[in-house]
Write a protein that binds this ligand. Sequence first.
Ligand code: SF4
Length: 465
Amino acid sequence: MSDSLHEACGVFGVFNNSDAARLTYLGLYALQHRGQESSGIVTSNTKCLQMFKAMGLVNQVFTAENLQAIAGMHAIGHNRYSTTGSSTVTNAQPILINCRFGQIAGAHNGNLTNAAALRTWMEQDGSIFTTSTDTEVIMHLIARSKRENAEAMILDALSGVKGAYSIVFLTPDALYGARDPYGFRPLLLGQLGSNFVLSSETCAFDLVGAKLVREIRPGEMVRIDKNGVDSFAIPNYESSVHCSQCVFEFIYFSRPDSYVFGENVDKVRRKLGRILAREHPAAGADFVMGVPDSSTTAALGYSQESELRYDIGLIRNHYVGRTFINPRQSGRDFGVRVKFNPVKGVLRGKKVVVVDDSIVRGTTMKKIIQLIKSAEPKEIHLRISSPPIMWPCYYGIDMPTKEELIASAQEIDAVRKYMEVDTLGYLSIDGLLSAMPGEKSNFCVACFRGDYPVPVKGNNNPPSC
Ligand code: SF4
């Protein structure tokens, strides 16, 4: 990923383990790629809930001491990515409330399309909000529900929201996980010993030693308590609802070692590279390289299909923080340079195929191409393992406006000229869908086609989770 497209959050939950806080910390560690702004854990000691959350990466937020201070038997955790304006600890999750039922905490991955309208309605009715998150809207709906117990109150709340949510809740004696009826974001159930865990991706199960049981189904809520796992259907959804899993989980967001939406991410991402090679060959090129790390797998697929060797033309510095400080008087933009360095001995004089997973605004991609050019390759053939992004996402991915998306504003050849590359090829939408597992119509491709599965007319971009 060479541009600013960001996932909005990863969630994890564990039930009935005396090391629940530490296991959740590990789960969040594995899910760090889904959000790097803040991290939080709520635990239950079976009588009450306790919370610790702060800005920063998981290993910056949690210490042995603060994890010990919230030790408990059950836990949920959350990693958050947010847009700059709402990047405050107030918006960090989980959100913990006290309501008529007692304590309940929630942590959410996704964006609701009716959050702004619900918030306005509740504010006019006297509700006070302390965050700008969609999650707080759900927590308010739970608190306002007149139903008789926690699961009925949660189901009542979820039946009133629209859009994307994979969400976990914790009460003192139960863990809940729910996935919206469209199934935009993944959520999986795992087993650790005789007890259960929930996660946005299976890479977190691998780290804590849990086994995958199954995915939470679109429109399903599970309750995990001392009696095991119970399943409920989220009520009141129109019959027109159609499964719309986000293809970007396979293109970029999920880790290649995860299993989501019924398939291993690595397998699908490699397929994307293979199909890209068939659709846009680069005859006569010397080798294929990826923009590390997210494009490496697709680049390997391209290499295998085209029988061009794979090589490493860019080295990524993994230790660049979000607060990198530019030297005052250098006059150079270090943003990309500090993250990547070209391998001159590999690139000089060669015809190179550069594979990246997507282009958003195009500004970062252009800088990467300039960086590669500084190593004096003979030709650059840019290949993108997704179709041109033409429309913004309203379901949990932070994207710029339609006007800012380079493929929306310009024809492909104009993009090629702007990038200053010899050739440019994007994967087709048909090619993308042919790599998806199972029924192809079960995937959302709205950012390529503009056919939004949940109507977004009048949507004013409510803040992400
Ligand atoms: S619009 Fe694009 S990024 Fe958003 S859910 Fe659909 S496929 Fe994923």
